[in-house]
Design a protein around this ligand. Structure first.
Ligand code: OAD
Length: 254
């Protein structure tokens, strides 16, 4: 491999930034699979992240998502989110495809964001699907593990459920179609802060590589990648800011 991701970024027409929980880690939002700090170390996804779990114990499930939603409301975008938004100003087209259910990319200024796994901020009725609005302020942060009765749907009185994709559910069709399309047409694909084990999202870097895009992974924990891919080892904020500096040389932090 002779070229570097920074050189490719300079020439790129369309960049895709694919993010996972690690992109929000430096904002204080816990990841899922990191040892000790990952959510799935402390909580059982089968009790919280399936529709069966919600129907079996709506208050336990809603309480857990309310705890996470309030955490996000109180968090701020970090250097990685900001660098991604800034990168969009240097290239003709940039699409963010995120597995994250927070809104930190948007709050950092990214305009074109595809949410593959839904959003904590768009709950809907579990029975009729009607959208439900929740306040965008966080005065009282619930404790993790607290039970909170979910609101009721104004149309059918069903329970309101979190607007995220649960295990066993399909990804939103529009988002998946759009994510696949941009992976298949981009020339640089940056995969940031994801363990790459949850499908179908994890297929996107492979699709990008398959059609000839430059693929780079940013992660503080090294994992194996093919000889055609790049690995930039370090936290997302540091690596994104140094990539910006290397490619365009005028990042405000430089
Ligand atoms: P994971 O928790 O599986 O992986 C997070 C990754 O971020 C790991 O590879 C960490 O090494 C890395 N990481 C940690 N801190 C970082 C930092 N400061 N900078 C960069 N990387 C860092 O999270 P995801 O891959 O996003 O699904 O998980 C995929 C899906 O599994 C999630 O969307 C969620 C979960 O079940 C749904 O909610 C549907």
């Amino acid at each position: 491999m002779t070229s570097t991701p920074a050189l490719q970024l300079r020439k790129a027409q369309h960049v895709v930034v694919f993010t996972g929980a690690g992109a929000s880690a430096e904002s204080g939002i816990p990841t899922f699979r990191d040892e000790l700090t990952g959510l799935w170390e402390r909580f059982d996804p089968a009790q919280l992240a399936t529709s069966e779990a919600f129907r079996a114990d709506p208050s336990l499930c809603w309480g857990w998502y309310e705890w996470r939603r309030h955490k996000v409301l109180q968090a701020q975008p970090n250097g990685a989110h900001l660098a991604i938004a800034e990168l969009a100003m240097h290239v003709p087209k940039l699409t963010v495809v995120t597995q994250n259910v927070d809104d930190l990319h948007e709050r950092a200024g990214s305009q074109d964001v595809i949410h593959l796994h839904g959003s904590l901020h768009s709950p809907r009725c579990i029975d009729c699907g009607l959208a439900h609005t929740l306040p965008l302020t966080s005065e009282a942060q619930p404790e993790d593990g607290s039970r909170i009765e979910p609101p009721r749907c104004s149309a059918c009185d069903g329970y309101v459920r979190p607007g995220v994709v649960w295990f066993g559910e399909m990804l939103p069709e529009d988002a998946w179609g759009a994510g696949l399309a941009v992976a298949q047409e981009c020339d640089v694909f940056l995969s940031i802060g994801t363990s790459g084990v949850v499908y179908p999202a994890a297929e996107l870097p492979l699709r990008a590589l398959g059609q000839g895009a430059t693929v780079a992974h940013i992660n503080p924990v090294r994992f194996d990648v093919s000889s055609q891919e790049h690995f930039l080892e370090g936290p997302a904020s540091v690596m994104m800011q140094s990539l910006l500096r290397e490619a365009f040389g005028n990042h405000p932090d430089s």
